[in-house]
Design a protein around this ligand. Structure first.
Ligand code: S3P
Length: 459
């Protein structure tokens, strides 16, 4: 049977689960494909001329939502029986107006990058998402995209659902995003593909560069001018993009949870194969080394323009560190995992410059702090900082009953607190693990295969 990328993005029934103290975690795992790279692989191949094949695509709810939207827009995106995906692209500027609403579920990357693409197609489309995505700010992309000539109509503030009218004759811009965001950068560069002239994004803080790397795989010229203060990234419109064979490496943001679990378990070591080691994604791994983690990387090589390698991590004591603001962009999705690791370190870990966590799938700063407090961990927070007092290697949560953490439709909150349960005295129950399918389908069975005591459980 062929998968057409059609996906139900309505909320599935919640699936609570409880995790308990892990004496030992050990084994080698193949992790799912990188979410950021998977979205981009589907989008760029839809804009290329010819047939792209993609192996290792992440088949999570978020990425399937992108596949579904691109099919609605006239590209042909489908899965073959062997798990490879095949995309027949329509060429730059060749997408057509969708007949129905584009529902991208929980996926912020799908929403913002697709808005970039749609902004410079002469069409009208309506986009929506789930209850979490409908709370997330879109002005960060609609602002600059409106400067290129697109029009947007939101019913509430800058939130989804919205209608986009793409520009018939878009104009190129030079734009310096006020927040460090790869989604904003990518939305503008993707809009620039169908815009005559040079579109430039100026970054003061470098963010993940998967769009730039992958555009080059499709034969596009992307110009980068670096100074110590900023990077200017320029793409000229109407370049021909030629189909290629792509392979998606494993997701370092998913690896983060397996690594965190290995560090928190009483004993053992895990190996995760072929993980993307793009230097703009590996901030967590640098911080863990600073905390004294037994963490190393081997077999480094390149896949589809991205550095990859095998990660080996062993359980052991950790010391608290200060995590400076300059690391935020390279580990923005890893703070929930690092927060639960810090809860068992020796000393107080301080995170600075993390205000962006407030506009992720949930207000992560608040949800992490509330969850840790429920687990008996001392936490202090401000507008854009957090301090966590670690237990010095002792189990957290000693009230005699499992702590119940509400995940607020946030996959990374669900995974983080299941991981914290592995270092708890009485267990941690999360109200919903179904949302984990957003980025890491099969997380619970994979953790169980390493020896993690995680069980589906009624609340
Ligand atoms: C992403 C960029 C980041 C990250 C998100 C994926 C991407 O968001 O948090 O999960 O694929 O470009 P921001 O651009 O909002 O920082």
């Amino acid at each position: 049977m062929r998968h057409t990328g059609q996906v139900q993005t309505g909320a599935p029934a919640p699936r609570p689960a409880i995790s308990s103290r892990a004496e030992r975690l050990a084994g080698t795992v193949d992790l799912p494909g990188d979410k950021s790279i998977s979205h981009r692989a589907l989008m760029l191949s839809s804009l290329a001329v010819g047939r792209t094949t993609i192996s290792g695509l992440l088949e999570s709810e978020d990425v399937l939502a992108t596949a579904c939207a691109l099919n609605q827009l006239g590209a042909s995106v489908r899965r073959l029986d062997d798990g490879e995906w095949v995309v027949d692209g329509v060429g730059v500027g060749g997408l057509r107006a969708p007949e129905d609403v584009l529902d991208v579920g929980n996926a912020g990357t799908a929403a913002r990058l697709l808005l970039g693409i749609l902004s410079t197609h002469n069409l009208r489309a309506v986009m929506t998402g789930d209850a979490s995505l409908r709370k997330r700010p879109m002005a960060r992309v609609t602002g600059p995209l409106a400067q290129m000539g697109a029009r947007f109509d939101c019913t509430r503030g800058d939130l989804l659902p919205l209608t986009v009218w793409g520009a018939a004759t878009p104009v190129p811009i030079e734009y310096a995003p006020p927040v460090a965001s790869a989604q904003v950068k990518s939305a503008i560069l993707l809009a620039g593909l169908n815009t005559m002239g040079a579109t430039t994004v100026v970054e003061r803080v470098a963010t993940r560069d998967h769009t730039e790397r992958m555009l080059r795989c499709f034969g596009c010229v992307v110009d980068e001018e670096r100074t110590p203060e900023r990077t200017r990234i320029t793409v000229c419109g109407w370049q021909e993009m030629t189909a290629v064979d792509l392979a998606v490496p494993a997701d370092p943001s998913s690896a983060a949870f397996v690594v965190a679990a290995a560090l928190l378990a009483g004993d053992g070591a895990i190996t995760a194969a072929s993980v993307c080691l793009n230097p703009l994604r590996t901030g967590l791994f640098d911080i863990l080394r600073e905390m004294g983690a037994d963490f190393h990387v081997k077999n480094v090589h390149e896949i589809s323009g991205e550095p990859v390698g095998d990660i080996v991590c062993r359980s052991g004591p950790l010391r608290a560190v200060d995590v400076p603001a300059k690391h935020a962009a390279s580990m923005i999705d890893e703070y929930p995992a690092l927060a639960v690791v810090s809860a068992t370190a020796s000393g107080t870990t301080r995170f600075n410059g993390i205000g962006e966590l407030r506009v992720k799938e949930s207000d992560r700063l608040a949800v992490i702090a509330d969850g840790l407090a429920l687990c008996g961990v001392k936490v202090r927070t401000g507008a854009d900082w957090m301090e966590i007092d670690g237990s010095g290697g002792h189990p957290v949560q000693g009230t005699g009953i499992a702590a119940t953490v509400m995940t607020q439709l946030d996959h990374r909150i669900a995974m983080s607190f299941l991981v914290l349960g592995l270092a708890s005295r009485d267990g941690v129950l999360v109200d919903d693990t179904a949302i984990i399918d957003t980025s890491f389908p099969g997380f619970v069975p994979l953790m169980q295969s390493l020896g993690a005591p995680i069980e589906l459980s009624p609340i």
